[in-house]
Design a protein. Sequence first.
Length: 123
Amino acid sequence: MARIEEMPKPTIMVARHTRTTDSEVACLLLGLEEQGVPFEQFTLDELNPLELAHEASLRSVLGVGIGVSLDYVVVTTDKLPPGRPYLAGHLNQSAEADRVFGGNAARLVKRLPLQAVPHRSEP
């Protein structure tokens, strides 16, 4: 009997620079979880978040990837060129903004309207 190979899970892939900590991406990942879209993470020694996001999108069965490095978060699809992401912004400006970025990546997969990323309020 032929062995049935495991199909890759339909997940959003999150590529992080090796120095990016779990606490730096916690709220971003929470946004993905809140939308109910599974994700997997991996690390690379690449500093460019555009390249990280592009690589993540190529590894994702869903074709959506997130790159995190240098205080930036980038969301892209496997259909877009590396230098032209779908969404990009600063990471850790606020917990709410990070959650919205993660949620918007999931909403992209679910083909739902994106939410506005809240801006940091000045004191």
